[in-house]
Design a protein around this ligand. Structure first.
Ligand SMILES: C[S@@+](CC[C@H](N)C(=O)[O-])C[C@H]1O[C@@H](n2cnc3c(N)ncnc32)[C@H](O)[C@@H]1O
Length: 394
């Protein structure tokens, strides 16, 4: 029995369909495309803060279990040069996404037979193969920036019978002008700033679908519809999908230790605003991230049994930081702030603005992409006196 028809894989696919993530018209593709052909011999698994290699030859059962499991499979680290030496890496730079996420993107992209699709971020070639199965390989073009990954995907697509998919080794941010017009640009790599090239290569009425992220809101799926005038408008359709970013647009996640020094002397104040308000709700996070550019946050869970935990707010560029320190049983919590920016004050002001504006959901923020760049604005704010916030997202 091939692994795509094994009961566990069929069950996984059927669960994704039953949950309404994707329509059953994609079932045949998920059951036909042999995922193990696309996953390289060496994959990577988490080990503390690092990623360590897992070779198929060394543990074929575990390798196969991961390939046909519900999680994502890291297929490259540190752009192909493992930072920790042989077999040990730091940052995942290519992966085969979780099956439910692939399904979600195919569904959100409203991809139908008869369409021509440009995929950005070929990776293993697996998503391109699913597209090829449903649309015909001649209707699928995919771009990968990394030559080794592109070569692997090309070979895998040929082995699986989709050899006429066009795999281009290039910077996907430029799209593929020679192939336009496409019905869809489907990016499987996040674009904090959506390249206008993608918009210009999609026919009017077509879609650009891409994961999106900002330092404060690292997850989201953006759907833009291209208008007859060549601009694209739309918004976030999901705030939980998290992808690596386009190489040129990488958001460098910093650790607390990289920003905070023992010699820093912070200002100390206190607050009755619990940090969960600033970090737990995707709609609030989006609004805060929009107004507090460049700020990241990190939750540090309690280590002892005293129930204390904290959240750090970090801006590596200005080396500013703030720390909310939770302890149970009190109503006000200490805030430490250091650096030229007052990140806690900025974040709480943004949160207050968002609540005063009627707590608008992410769907109320409109993205527009034109040759001048990406603009984001809040449409129909409930309290008109708050005005419309518009501008560039960091
Ligand atoms: C999450 S993986 C894509 C997974 C892929 N769709 C699959 O089915 O395996 C993202 C890929 O985007 C690629 N990438 C990053 N920046 C890129 C760029 N500017 N142009 C094209 N590909 C890029 C990475 O090398 C990586 O392989």
């Amino acid at each position: 029995m091939s692994s795509t028809t094994s009961p566990s894989w069929v069950g996984l696919v059927d669960d994704v369909i039953a949950e309404g993530v994707v329509g059953k018209q994609w079932r045949a593709a998920f059951l036909a495309v042999p995922r193990e052909v696309f996953i390289p011999e060496v994959i990577w698994r988490e080990a503390g803060d690092d990623l360590v290699s897992l070779r198929r030859a060394e543990d074929p059962e575990e390798w196969l279990r991961r390939v046909y499991g519900s999680g994502y499979v890291v297929t490259q680290v540190d752009d192909g040069s493992p930072a920790g030496g042989e077999g040990r890496g730091r940052v995942a730079t290519s992966s085969a996404s979780r099956v439910d996420i692939v399904a979600l993107m195919l569904d959100a992209g409203k991809v139908e037979p008869g369409m021509r699709v440009l995929e950005i971020g070929t990776g293993t070639g697996y998503t391109a193969a699913l597209l090829a199965h449903r649309l015909g390989p001649e209707n699928v073009t995919t771009i990968e920036i990394d030559p080794e990954l592109a070569a692997h995907a090309r070979a895998a697509l040929a082995t699986a019978g989709y050899g006429t998919v066009r795999v281009i080794t290039a910077d996907g941010a430029r799209g593929h002008a020679a192939g336009r017009p496409f019905d869809r640009v489907l990016s499987t790599v996040a674009a904090p700033q959506v390249p206008n090239a993608w918009v210009t290569q999609v026919r009017p009425g077509g879609l650009v679908l891409t994961p999106w992220s900002s330092p404060y809101q690292p997850a989201g799926l953006l759907s833009l519809t291209v208008a007859a005038d060549g601009t694209a408008t739309g918004g976030l359709v999901n705030t939980t999908v998290s992808f690596m970013q386009l190489r040129d647009q990488r958001i460098r996640r910093v650790t607390v230790a990289e920003v905070v020094r023992d010699t820093d002397i912070p200002d100390i104040s206190d607050t009755d605003l619990h940090a969960s308000h600033l970090c737990n709700d995707g709609h609030a996070r989006f609004a805060i991230g929009f107004q507090v550019p460049g700020c990241q946050w990190e939750y540090v869970p309690a280590t002892g049994d005293d129930g204390r935990w904290c959240v750090w707010f970090l801006d590596p560029v200005s080396r500013s930081w703030a720390r909310f320190a939770y302890q149970p049983g009190v109503r006000r919590w200490p805030i430490h702030q250091f650096g030229p920016r007052r990140l806690w004050d900025e974040a709480t002001a943004a949160y207050q603005w968002w609540t005063n504006a009627g707590r608008p959901p992410v769907t109320q923020w409109r993205f527009t992409v034109t040759p001048a760049g990406q603009q984001v604005e809040l449409v129909n704010p409930i309290r008109q006196e708050q005005g419309t916030r518009a501008g560039e997202l960091a």
